[in-house]
Ligand binder design. Structure first.
Ligand SMILES: *Cc1c(COP(=O)(O)O)cnc(C)c1O
Length: 432
């Protein structure tokens, strides 16, 4: 049954074209995933109607008893998943989680350190085109040319020279475990706060496949829609809560406020208004799924699949940044293949394989061209694909990249993609 079909056939058709695209192509974008039907149902539900500025039990609007229940469950489940003492599930996105965390811990003009965007960092870690680069004095650290891993000599040296107030670890195209403990050593040495952005590996962290930032970091931000497989959104966590070191007191009692209170008030009213209660409730549903043993099996397969892709590509003489992966991400340096990231992305898309071009460390090309491709396994693993399919996919990618102008090859791969997708159906129930 569809209301949309009758009310607005134009948008109904657009929606169904998107369902077809998602189900009939191979989604290898490392930051994407496919949510379950229950998550879709909650995200498409009536909680979109509710204004609920504030937090459970302390709202500025009436009628919040049920959205309070949903937000409390989302927070409790998030804390259980990540072994955290505190969770704020209201950030509309990962970028807003980062904005609220940064504004809580540092002031405009303060020095922060983050991984260079071209080396796998994120826009919100200090890019000049982002609020983070405009409002803070940013010192970017890089990865080592040889190993492709964070260069801790570089991090130490920069930290000693620039005395940052806060260091961000984590990134968007970093195939290896984030080295929380090594960053903690640097942060302690220079008296900086340590913020981990686990937007990418959150699902792996939740299931113990990636080390946890909680023992080492003052604050942890994440998205909920990447490996965590929830609705699009953000979240802020802390391993422990403590009185804020800035001496900010509650006006009436004169009590020194806890960091959790400062973060809560930075999210709302600091940078956001009414929370997206349908999305917060859908986060609760997704966190409930992530607490089940099946989700751990899923993340184990995500990593096994990524490792298989890395192995197969190495056999075919592809250069991988850092030589492989610990996670769901593989970053290919295409330089020796004589093709740019942009050209590879375009030709793979013609065959129904969706990837994204990506800068590689020390890239000579611009972010619009790039020398690399980023590949990820979260979405295809959700469809049920395993190691054998990874080998097939690598063969398809390789055939195309070796012969980018050969329409016959592109068409034959396109047919194989279609067959593979039919074997691992997605969202079939939405079509009935
Ligand atoms: C994806 C990502 C974000 C931001 O997420 P949005 O929801 O797109 O704003 C932040 N940090 C890192 C490291 C990411 O990969």
């Amino acid at each position: 049954m569809s209301y949309l079909k009758d009310a607005d056939p134009e948008l109904f058709d657009i929606l169904y074209r998107e369902i077809d695209r998602e189900s009939s192509t191979l989604e290898l974008i490392a930051s994407e995933n496919f949510v379950s039907y229950p998550v879709l149902e909650m995200a498409g539900g009536v909680m979109t109607n509710k204004y609920a500025e504030g937090y459970p039990g302390k709202r500025y609007y009436g009628g919040c008893e049920h959205v309070d229940e949903a937000e409390n469950l989302a927070r409790d489940r998030a804390k259980e998943l990540f072994n955290a003492a505190y969770a704020n599930v209201q950030p509309h996105s990962g970028s807003q989680a980062n904005m609220a965390a940064l504004f809580t811990f540092v002031k405009t003009g303060d020095t922060i350190m983050g991984l260079d965007l071209a080396h796998g960092g994120h826009l919100t870690h200090g890019s000049p085109v982002n609020f983070s680069g405009k409002l803070f004095n940013v010192v970017s650290y890089q990865v080592d040319r040889e190993t492709g891993r964070v260069n801790f000599d570089d991090v130490h040296e920069l930290a000693r020279a620039h005395k940052p107030k806060l260091i961000i670890c984590g990134g968007s195209a970093y195939p290896r475990f984030i080295e929380f403990e090594a960053f903690k050593n640097v942060a302690d040495e220079v008296g900086a706060f340590l913020m981990a952005d686990i937007a990418h590996p959150a699902g792996l962290v939740a299931t113990g496949l990636h080390p946890s930032p909680m023992p080492y970091c003052d604050v942890v931000t994440t998205t909920t829609h990447k490996t965590l497989r929830g609705p699009r959104g953000g979240m802020i966590l802390m391993g422990k809560d403590y009185p804020n070191p800035f001496g900010i007191v509650a006006p009436k009692s004169g009590r020194v406020k806890n960091m959790s209170e400062l973060i809560d008030s930075m999210v709302m009213p600091g940078i956001q208004g009414g929370p997206l209660m349908h999305i917060i409730a859908a986060k609760a549903v997704a966190f409930g799924e992530a607490l089940k043993p099946e989700f751990k099996q899923y993340t184990i397969q995500v990593v096994a699949n990524a490792k298989r892709i890395a192995e197969e590509l190495l056999k075919k003489d592809y250069n991988l940044v850092s030589g492989g992966t610990d996670t769901h991400v593989i970053l290919i340096d295409l330089t020796n293949k004589g093709i740019t990231g942009k050209a590879a992305e375009n030709v793979l898309e013609k065959a129904g394989i969706t990837v994204n071009k990506n800068m590689v460390p020390f890239d000579d090309r611009s972010p619009f061209i790039t020398s690399g491709l980023r590949i990820g396994t979260p979405a295809i693993t959700t469809r049920g694909m395993k190691e054998d399919e990874m080998t097939m996919i690598c063969n398809m990618i390789d055939q195309i990249i070796n012969d980018i102008n050969n329409d016959e090859v592109i068409n034959s791969v396109k047919n194989s993609v279609k067959e593979l997708c039919e074997t691992f159906p997605l969202y079939d129930d939405l079509r009935n």
